[in-house]
Design a protein around this ligand. Structure first.
Ligand code: GDP
Ligand code: IMO
Ligand code: MG
Length: 430
């Protein structure tokens, strides 16, 4: 029996939702372990598109889905998503969906602070999703957050909200020059959400542990990407959680010995949404063509994603940071019209070649990507279902990625649909 972690290797939006949906067929539980509704994971099944922000991408396969303690959850968004899935005929009831009693709750003041801070920063802003993610994790770290266990206890919740709003409203009004938040409205709205969500709240660490002991398989679904990790990403242009594979354990409440594999999702090129460094970013017609063919608009905020060539300096960084056992290459079809395809294999910094991703953003800003150029395959591969059918140039591109990252390519995605995939190796299938 195997348990697998799926994570993004770049700056998010690599296609984690698609791969998790596909592999969920072989899992009994699918668990998210960090982030919140800053994530937007897209699944396309029988031509129908589903975008999920909080509910794990295993829900369409009818699997038990778990929202771990490591998440920050906006209850209004979660309820909206449950309603949306129910309307589409997907079972997202309390037997299928479990929320950790230790997960933190995103409150209206978190969103207000997120917006007002970004506004104040002007052109120095991070470009957050504005969902209150950072301010909620900040309260978790300073030990004045609200967890689901507190939300479900009306007296404790009311007292917590009143005392924290004294401080938040002072900060909002006098420092951020923003609208204050009315405690009565928050208490009324959130106690109503609590009653609807009460049946979903669970000790998910125990639920997952029991399942593992009974020989069931768990798929852990990462959000964002390795280079948005609070410790290992392009700080401060990062999100506020650990996005790397190790956090699957603390964010879901299980020990590391249960993890048998880590698959890193690699988009066949690179994208980034929001501000921050991006060495291989393209500002030319090729970048625009990739953006258009790849339909690179954010699934959460609708923002245009910045596009560039594949950067194996960052993918190698992700291989090490996550202990990747395999790669899933997504959106390979998008490169099908290009004459030549470039891969960045190192950076040039002050005349020297460097192969490790620098920590200092000033150094990174001066790094020039070193490219090797491979011939394009100039054909549509989206209908192909085996590597043998691939043009030689497409196979060479994959082989070069394997060589540069020293990691095998286990999955290749050639379209958004669940079936538009080639699975070379699947540890969950035994
Ligand atoms: P996630 O956040 O990592 O789950 O990725 P997103 O869902 O935000 O973005 C990936 C986008 O690419 C979605 O619109 C997917 O439907 C789409 N997608 C995923 N894999 C492929 C693929 O192989 N080819 C194409 N053309 N689109 C894909
Ligand atoms: P998925 O799971 C891409 C980016 C934001 C911003 C930074 C901080 O769909 O891959 P935050 O709201 O988290 O404080 O924003 O992180 N970001 C993402 N970019 N995909 C995501 O999620 C992201 N979640 C956050 O754009 O630059
Ligand atoms: Mg996304």
């Amino acid at each position: 029996m195997s348990n697998l972690v799926i994570i993004g290797t770049q700056w998010g939006d690599e296609g984690k939702g698609k791969v998790v949906d596909l592999l969920a067929e072989y899992a009994d539980i699918v668990a998210r372990f960090q982030g919140g509704n800053n994530a937007g994971h897209t699944m396309v099944v029988n031509g129908k598109q589903f975008i999920s922000h909080l509910v794990p991408s295993g829900i369409l396969q009818g699997k038990t889905c778990v929202i771990g303690n490591g998440l920050v959850v906006d209850p209004e968004v979660l309820l909206g998503e449950i309603d949306y899935l129910t309307e589409k005929g997907v079972d997202a009831g309390p037997t299928k969906l479990k929320i950790s009693e230790k997960a933190h709750v995103i409150m209206p003041y978190h969103k207000a602070v997120d917006h007002a801070r970004e506004l104040m920063k002007g052109d120095k802003k991070i470009g957050t999703t504005g969902r209150g993610i950072g301010p909620c994790y900040e309260d978790k770290a300073t030990r004045r957050g609200v967890r689901f266990v507190e939300l479900l206890d009306a007296d404790v919740f009311e007292e917590r909200v009143r005392s924290i709003l004294d401080e938040k409203n002072f900060y909002l009004k006098h420092y951020l020059k923003a609208e204050t938040v009315d405690p009565e409205a928050v208490i009324g709205d959130y106690l109503a959400y609590a009653e609807r969500l009460r049946p979903y709240v669970d000790n998910v660490s125990v639920t997952i542990d029991k399942a593992i002991k009974a020989g069931r398989q768990v798929l852990f679904e990462g959000a964002q990407g390795t280079h948005l990790d609070i410790d290992h990403g392009t700080y401060p242009f990062v999100t506020s959680s650990n996005t790397v594979a190790a956090n699957a354990c603390s964010g879901a409440g299980i020990g590391p010995r249960h993890i048998n594999g880590v698959t890193g999702i690699v988009k066949a090129y690179t994208t980034r949404v929001g501000a921050g460094p991006f060495p291989t970013e393209l500002f030319d017609a090729i970048g625009d063509a990739i953006q258009a063919k790849g339909a690179e608009f954010g699934a959460t905020t609708g923002r245009r994603r910045r596009c560039g060539w594949l950067d194996t300096v960052i993918v190698r960084n992700a291989v090490r940071l996550n202990g990747l056992t395999g790669l899933a290459i997504t959106k390979l079809d998008v490169l099908g019209e290009l004459d030549d395809i470039k891969i960045c294999n190192a950076y040039k910094y002050k005349g020297e070649t460097i192969t490790e991703f620098p920590t200092d953003l000033k150094v990174l800003a001066e790094c020039q990507p070193v490219y090797e150029t491979l011939p394009g395959w100039k054909s549509d591969i989206s209908g192909m279902r085996s590597l043998d059918e691939f043009p030689q140039q497409a196979r060479s591109y994959l082989e070069r990625i394997e060589a540069l990252t020293e990691t095998p390519v286990d999955i290749i995605s050639v379209g958004p649909g669940r079936e538009e995939t080639i699975v070379v190796k699947n540890i969950l299938a035994g």
